[in-house]
Design a protein around this ligand. Structure first.
Ligand code: SAM
Length: 222
């Protein structure tokens, strides 16, 4: 067993102890090499339970948070899943092992390119990385059984609610600023009825876009 495999096994054991029960999620995370989704200089920290910088002021989420969000989304093998905030591509790669089809959207072109390249290297042909403003969702592939948003907005973007299948779940952090975000699970019971659950306090980077926060002044997207 090499160092990264034993570190990965350690991360999985830790996540089990901290409450992740779904064996499919643990197995998917056991198969995705997280060290490939971070800068080579940070590879030694890839299996520590913390977010890590991925450039452009963004982060790869803490593995426990990734697992908790996926568990909350109740993903089954036939599902079609949309992720907003591809970042490194890691969570999309994990989702690719759990669902039939995954689309992930990233607003920053350089991150989207890297995420796409890593996912292609792993041969995950059911995962598509798109570049754009994910607050508008991805209408051509809707409806989705699950939508996961890995950045925090001021409110729940209306297009994401509308692109949920009946019975589908939207997992999204929402809050006015970085200090008071709540992770929400929104379930679409029928066309006009959505149930909302509060899954607790979280801390994510901002969701920037038409139905999110405004882009910071003087900050040009590349
Ligand atoms: N899922 C990622 C991973 O596994 O590495 C973590 C993503 S990081 C916490 C959040 C990402 O959301 C950032 O890369 C950021 O650029 C992106 N983001 C923010 N607003 C966005 C938007 N409107 N559409 C798409 N991506 C967005």
């Amino acid at each position: 067993m090499n160092d990264s495999t034993s570190a990965r096994d350690g991360m999985i054991t830790d996540m089990e102890k901290r409450g992740i029960r779904d064996a499919r999620i643990l197995d998917a995370m056991r198969h995705i090499p997280r060290e490939k989704f971070v800068d080579p200089q940070l590879a030694a920290q890839a299996y520590c339970d913390m977010p890590l910088p991925i450039g452009e002021g963004q982060t790869i989420s803490q593995p426990l948070m990734t697992a908790m969000m996926i568990e909350a989304a109740c993903i089954e093998p036939p599902h079609r899943v949309l992720e907003i905030g591809a970042g490194s591509g890691y969570s999309a790669a994990v989702l690719g092992r759990l669902a039939q089809r995954v689309w992930t959207i990233e607003r920053l072109a350089r991150l989207a390119r890297f995420a796409g390249a890593r996912i292609a290297e792993l041969g995950l042909a059911n995962v598509t990385v798109l570049r754009g403003d994910g607050t508008a969702g991805w209408a051509p592939a809707a409806p989705f059984n699950a939508i996961l948003v890995t950045a925090s907005g001021p409110s729940v973007p209306a297009p994401l609610r509308q692109q949920l299948a009946i019975g589908g779940r939207l997992i999204i952090p929402v809050g006015p600023d970085g200090n008071s975000q709540r992770l929400l699970r929104i379930t679409r019971n029928n066309r006009d009825d959505f149930a909302e659950e509060d899954l607790g306090a979280v801390a994510f980077v901002p969701l920037i876009g038409e139905h999110g926060f405004a882009e910071p002044a003087g900050h040009r997207q590349r």
